[in-house]
Write a protein that binds this ligand. Structure first.
Ligand code: HPA
Length: 277
């Protein structure tokens, strides 16, 4: 069996091409919890519901819409937007979580911008910060590239020296300055959830070098790395992590905070896309 659902991805990509009937973008953006406002500052050309795409999983999380959207930004650049993503804690396999990335590869996507809501571990962070992800720690205990490898597609043992592209990180910093945004930068640790972390876990993750914690992103990034896409990752710090936060966590509060950061995030991502090489 192929480990990355290639045949299903071929059918899905053909469906998407037939439906969009247009040139396919080179850049895709995955919008995390509460960051959906990005679609309000782009010109939407066409939207497909995930449920209509063959083999595409469904998004069940509050704050996640479930649309694949083709859009342009002001300078005419075409982009593909995933409004909502799939999570391991929903019961999807790592391969299903990363399935859209295989489809993106077949569609010709070269640059992937991933976003998420995350809890701040670094005590110098503040709720409402945006963090450029410069590395990650895979704490899921699972991986989308296990199983038989197809050497025609990518290597068995994939290098992970630079999962997040340095040039894109530079562009993110430059454009942030232009917009008066002062982003944080740091390491994202991803784990399955769906429970929030314990105080002991967060203390341990801080010692391990993590700056922010979340339940997504890593499988998608590893799959994008497999296909040599350039990846930029941005976390919106919606809460301070357990033990650092004085209050208990609630998903709705996470989504509400992400919504308030959403406009700043959206303007920034748009500017980043305009400055892509
Ligand atoms: N932990 C895990 N995932 C999250 C958090 C958190 O504190 N905040 C937003 N997503």
């Amino acid at each position: 069996m192929n480990n990355i659902m290639l045949e299903e991805a071929q059918i899905a990509s053909q469906y998407i091409k037939a439906h969009f009937k247009s040139e396919i973008p080179k850049t895709a953006v995955i919008l995390g919890s509460g960051l959906g406002n990005f679609t309000k500052i782009v010109k939407i050309i066409k939207t497909i519901k995930y449920q209509d795409i063959p083999s595409f999983p469904q998004s069940h999380v509050a704050g996640h819409k479930g649309n694949l959207t083709l859009a342009t930004i002001e300078d005419g650049t075409l982009i593909l937007i995933m409004e909502g993503r799939f999570h391991y804690y929903e019961g999807y396999t790592p391969q299903q979580v990363a399935f859209p990335i295989v489809v993106f590869h077949l569609l010709g996507i070269k640059t992937l911008i991933v976003s998420n809501a995350a809890g701040g571990i670094n005590p110098s962070f503040t709720i409402g910060d945006l963090m450029i992800i410069n590395d990650h720690i895979n704490f899921f205990g699972a991986h989308p590239l296990t199983g038989k490898n197809n050497d025609q597609l990518g290597p068995r043992f994939l290098d992970q020296t630079e999962p997040y592209n340095k040039k894109l990180i530079d562009i993110a910093h430059q454009t942030a300055v232009e917009l008066g945004i002062k982003p944080q930068q740091g390491v994202y640790i991803g784990l399955s959830g769906p429970t929030y972390e314990t105080r002991a876990e967060i203390k341990a993750f801080g010692v391990l070098g993590a700056d922010a914690v979340g339940m997504s992103t890593i499988f998608e990034v590893m799959m994008a790395n497999y296909f040599k896409m350039n990846v930029l990752g941005i976390s919106s710090i919606t809460n301070m992590a357990t033990g650092i936060s004085k209050t208990k966590h609630e998903h709705q509060a996470v989504v509400d905070v992400a919504n308030t950061i959403s406009d700043k995030f959206s303007a920034w991502v748009k500017r980043i896309i305009q400055n892509l090489p």
